[in-house]
Design a protein around this ligand. Structure first.
Ligand code: UD1
Length: 429
């Protein structure tokens, strides 16, 4: 198993290209199920989660080809993907595949819309809490699906096809919104989704569905009105920039000090996180090429942050912010309200010398002068990158093992950080 070795102490200076968003690329790939015509996605990141989903879609009979680099791109970050679901040969998504990637559960809605039936394993995914799927099922039932659970599988049928319906989610769920939005786009009639998640990746999928022929009102708001016609067509769509990757590198620069341009990304995608960084003493500027992050001289000021659904501070940046606050001049608090059990990085950060106390869903972080390198272990996708951030500012050498978690969501992180001056290398086992 690969590991990553970081020797801390270098400031980051230069430019980092931001890839297409993983959390948009995955549902966009799944949206291809809704049409027999080709869906072309540009700016798809090179990630193991994307490869895995491609395998899962292959299993349904979907053909995927990947073209070379995007015009104007040097070393081939992100790619163009042509996806053709001309014929769905299998409507079952087996446990062996779905358990490897939670988002693959989202094939349920589109398969039902296209084929009138689907059998999809209950998911696995990152070990960050129980993560049920009740809201997905509730939403699909509102569109007329008949659902039963049997031996770890969701068995769903819609004999006459899915029909428009009204759904008010009792809590905000990104995945349930994606699943029901895609199903509604492939259903006949009008669906109203209230309390929909407003994450930019949902807006991105909605825009792609519009390009595929769906009529959707309220994009980027909490109420989506979808006029499905039952027949979507092919389209070409570029995946929006990855706001979590953007925020992660912004925190890395905040941690080490320096000046880095995050290319091809936008500040408005993660305003809440940038507001926190500014409060912490970091300079953030939108330029024509991307977002510039700088911290020179001044220390890191402590902050008090709570995660919540978009547009608030994202849970997917919670671990990275905590890593940053381990070196703040004072005491910070971070409260995690989305997932229980999303504090697995705390123990590993402590191995580097961080002072963090946990009380229920709140972590209290007392900044320390010095972090010291140590062997640590990645436990989930976002936790693993928080260890890299801490390691960049730690004295000496840190080895992060189990980096397959990182490869799920960060495109060639060692290369991107290395070109800005970090001492970081992958050690292949
Ligand atoms: C997505 C993101 C993940 C991010 C999360 C929250 C992708 C591929 N993943 O995950 O990176 O951390 O949004 O922003 O885009 N819940 C239920 N019942 C359900 C569904 C969810 O109770 O049927 C709960 C979950 O346990 C959790 C909360 O709702 O506590 C939010 O989960 P959700 O927004 O659905 O997260 P995911 O879509 O799994």
């Amino acid at each position: 198993m690969d590991s990553i070795r970081v020797t801390g102490g270098n400031r980051l200076n230069g430019a980092i290209p931001i890839s297409g968003a993983k959390n948009a690329a995955l549902p966009l790939m799944i949206a291809s199920i809704l049409t027999p015509e080709t869906l072309t996605l540009e700016n798809v990141p090179r990630l193991t989660d994307v490869q895995k989903l491609a395998q899962i879609l292959n299993n349904h009979g979907i053909d995927i080809t990947i073209a070379g680099k995007r015009a104007g791109q040097g070393e081939g970050y992100s790619r163009t993907m042509h996806i053709s679901a001309a014929e769905i040969v299998d409507t079952t998504a087996p446990y062996e595949l779905v358990s490897q990637m939670r988002a693959s559960f989202w094939v349920l809605g589109p398969l039902l819309a296209r084929c009138g039936k689907a059998k999809v394993s209950l998911p696995g995914g990152c070990a960050i809490g129980t993560r049920p799927v009740d809201l997905h099922l509730m939403g699909l039932e509102a569109l007329g699906a008949e659902i039963e659970l049997d031996a770890g599988y969701v068995i769903a049928r819609a004999p006459g096809g899915l029909k428009g319906g009204n759904i008010t989610f009792p809590m905000v769920s990104v995945g349930a919104t994606h699943n029901v939005l895609m199903a509604a786009a492939g259903a006949k009639g009008t669906t109203v989704i209230e309390n929909a998640a407003r994450e930019p990746e949902i807006g991105d999928v909605a825009r792609c569905l519009v390009a595929m022929g769906a009529e959707i009102e309220g994009i980027d708001t909490g109420t989506l009105v979808v006029h499905g016609s039952g027949a979507l067509h092919g389209a070409t769509h570029a995946v929006l920039p990855d706001r979590i990757e953007t925020g992660t590198y912004a925190m890395a620069v905040a941690m080490t000090g320096g000046d880095v341009l995050l290319e091809n990304t936008r500040m408005d995608l993660l305003q809440a996180a940038f507001d926190v960084l500014v409060e912490a003493g970091v300079t953030v500027t939108q330029t024509n090429e991307g977002v510039r992050i700088a911290r020179n001289g001044a220390g890191i000021r402590p902050v008090h942050v709570s995660t919540a659904p978009y547009p608030a501070f994202p849970t997917d940046l919670q671990a990275q912010l905590m890593a940053l606050m381990t070196k703040a001049d004072g005491v910070s608090t971070i409260t995690e309200t989305i997932f229980e059990n999303r504090f697995m990085h705390v123990q590993e950060l402590a191995r580097l010398g961080a002072d963090i106390r946990l009380n229920g869903e709140t972590a209290t972080i007392t900044g320390v002068k010095t972090l010291k390198g140590a062997p640590v272990m990645a436990t989930d996708l976002r936790a693993s990158v928080s260890l890299i951030i801490a390691a960049l500012a730690a004295e000496g050498e840190t080895t992060v093992s189990r980096v397959y978690h990182l490869d799920r969501g960060f495109e060639r992180i060692e290369e991107k950080l290395g070109r800005c001056g970090a001492q970081i290398e992958r050690i292949s086992a």
